[in-house]
Design a protein around this ligand. Structure first.
Ligand SMILES: [Zn+2]
Length: 607
């Protein structure tokens, strides 16, 4: 049996001339190719299946249908067409997806398809690119860049690094960049403000944000510059050591991984990524040949970071500051990494030393540290034991209080058991004691979770609703010829599920399900509903490629008719009971009673 089988080879668009850009691009694009380049998919009959890129899972619940040109994950409910997939997966706007797909398909877009907001965004990108080139030019070619060149040389930053990371220099001037981008390149000041490059003060005076600083262009993971970070040359100057672009439409601190686009190939090759806090840490480390490394802005790994990382590698190695803030950030990264399906490890850098220092002064030591990362649990155990005295009852209590919530996160039973043993050994107490402390913590958390879940639960479906959905599922899974044939039986049925009623109304308008692309003439939400119905695992469980669809159809149709009749009998009985309770009945009520009794006999004969 085939899913929406291709009985008809001619898939023609019925609309002649007025195909919009979107339709043309959609026509020229195969969702299975676009997703297949990013997610590993396995073909099964007429659909493809794989592990969902939007949540962490071990068995595949992510479906792609070439016939319907849609995807859906039955684990996290992510769903849509190729546009929605790329918007979400690549973090692009609708227009950017349109551009990307058009480019791939060799289609030239009409100018009108970009909205004013899209055009604005494009201009901001141009501005950021020009600014990057301007700063890079000042650093590498201009005489004002001399002190910056000397500074970088002193720090051991090579010419190669300056080129790879496109480092730059902002000169000591209030309007150097304004002169270049506004006076010369004719961009409006408001656009420079929107790009985060120019600041407007309360007196409405505008000036360059970055002045007399080394400039690090901040790229998104596709290598497009989205913002900048600037570092002072002279550390004695009484101003912030680093300043960054503000949040703009393109720059989001919580998503930025410095170095990812530049070092992508190395990261991919080493199948893991080291996460540090500063730009210089990344560059120095890469120069010391530890080049699977990125920096986060700020000290916390976010869920967005984890999601982006998880597309490329499955292991994250944190090398944050060894102070209390860094340790807290490491703890908070545990649930984030678990959620994204990432293994979390830690490079233990001694307090007061940062990766940049180590990589520059003792590259061998840094390489060794990078190779000898610890599991996050072993690291936190080590930290707790160094901070508290395991020989005193107070110290033991502190250690348990700190580690119980952490160890309780461990999802693998064997691993959890291992750390319980380690902890008990370190404290010199019985394993059962440690286990009960950790379990107690877990019980308190679980009961909270259970309450939350109950509130959000959907109303259970009745048997009749189940049968309705299953019948439609069988119908959808049938061949085109069967669908035409079964439709005469399906169409007159009474549906209790509102979505199915709507679907029927839609199909009555245009009953042309004889070809492959029939579902694409439905409204978008209906298309999604049909997709869900076709691939919902609770429904597909009953049907597999060896099932005789015609037989399944007949059985289900009969069961549904019976269930409908039984529902009706229940309703009639209730109405008869009400009538019986009347002491005096009108002639109309008598007639009604008679009619109901006759109906009930008919129904009982049929079912
Ligand atoms: Zn999912």
């Amino acid at each position: 049996m085939a899913y929406l089988a291709a009985d008809c080879t001619s898939i023609g668009y019925t609309e002649p001339i007025t195909m919009s850009d979107i339709q043309v691009v959609k026509e020229a694009t195969a969702i299975e190719d676009v997703i297949g380049q990013r997610v590993s998919l396995t073909r099964s009959g007429n659909y493809l299946r794989g592990l969902c890129p939007f949540h962490s899972e071990k068995s595949p619940s992510f479906f792609v249908s070439p016939q319907m040109q849609r995807f859906k994950c039955f684990g996290c409910a992510a769903a849509g067409d190729v546009f929605e997939f790329l918007q979400r997966y690549e973090g692009l706007t609708f227009y950017e997806v349109l551009q990307t797909l058009a480019e791939t398909a060799g289609i030239e877009l009409q100018k009108t398809s970009a909205s004013p907001a899209d055009q604005q965004r494009e201009r901001v990108r141009e501005i950021l690119n020009l600014a990057k080139e301007y700063y890079h030019f000042l650093l590498t070619k201009h005489e004002v860049g001399k002190p910056a060149r000397e500074y970088l040389q002193e720090r051991g930053i090579t010419q190669e690094s300056i080129k790879i990371f496109q480092l730059g220099y902002a000169m000591s001037s209030w309007d150097g960049l304004i002169k270049f981008l506004h006076d010369k390149k004719k961009y409006q000041i408001s656009e420079l403000v929107a790009a985060g490059l120019v600041v407007e003060n309360q007196q409405k005076r505008q000036y360059d944000r970055f002045r007399e600083r080394i400039i690090f262009p901040l790229n998104d993971y596709r290598g497009r510059v989205v913002g900048f970070s600037g570092r002072v040359l002279d550390p004695t100057i009484k101003t912030a050591k680093y300043i960054n672009s503000p949040e703009t439409e393109l720059y989001h601190k919580s998503q930025l991984l410095y170095g990812l686009s530049e070092l992508y190939q190395e990261i991919r090759k080493k199948e893991s990524v080291i996460v540090v806090e500063g730009e210089f840490d990344v560059i120095s480390s890469a120069q010391a040949h530890v080049n699977n490394i990125v920096a986060i802005k700020g000290s916390a790994l976010t869920a967005e970071h984890a999601r982006i990382i998880s597309r490329t590698v499955s292991k994250v190695i944190l090398a944050l500051d060894a102070d209390s803030a860094g340790i807290e950030a490491t703890k908070r990264a545990i649930p984030i990494c678990t959620q994204a399906g990432l293994e979390l490890r830690v490079i233990s850098v001694s307090e007061g030393k940062d990766p940049d220092d180590l990589a520059r002064k003792h590259p061998d030591e840094w390489r060794k540290a990078a190779e000898q990362s610890l599991s996050v649990y072993a690291y936190l155990l080590k930290v707790a034991l160094s901070q508290h005295d395991a020989a005193t009852p107070e110290g033991q209590r502190h250690i348990i209080d700190e580690l119980a919530p952490v160890f309780n996160h461990i999802t693998h039973a064997v691993e959890k058991e291992f750390y319980i043993k380690e902890l008990a050994k370190a404290l010199g107490v019985k394993e059962s004691l440690v286990r009960s402390d950790i379990t107690q913590f877990g019980v308190a958390k679980k009961s909270l979770g259970a309450v939350a879940k109950k509130d959000g639960a959907a109303k259970p479906r009745s048997r009749r609703e189940h049968l309705e959905r299953y019948l439609w599922h069988v119908w959808l899974a049938s061949t085109a010829g069967q669908r035409m044939q079964f439709w005469t039986e399906l169409q007159p049925l009474e549906m209790t599920t509102p979505e199915l009623q709507q679907l029927r109304t839609q199909l009555e308008k245009n009953p042309s399900f004889g070809n492959d692309s029939w579902s694409q003439s439905l409204p978008s939400d209906m298309q999604q509903y049909v997709f869900d119905l076709l691939f919902d695992p609770t429904l597909t469980a009953g049907i597999d490629p060896t099932t005789d669809t015609a037989d399944e159809w007949r059985k289900t149709l009969m069961a549904l008719k019976k269930a409908t009749a039984q529902d009706r009998i229940v309703a009639i009985t209730a109405e008869l009971d009400t009538l019986d309770e009347q002491e005096e009945r009108t002639p109309d009520q008598d007639a009604r009673q008679q009619a109901l009794l006759e109906e009930i006999v008919r129904l009982r004969q049929k079912s």
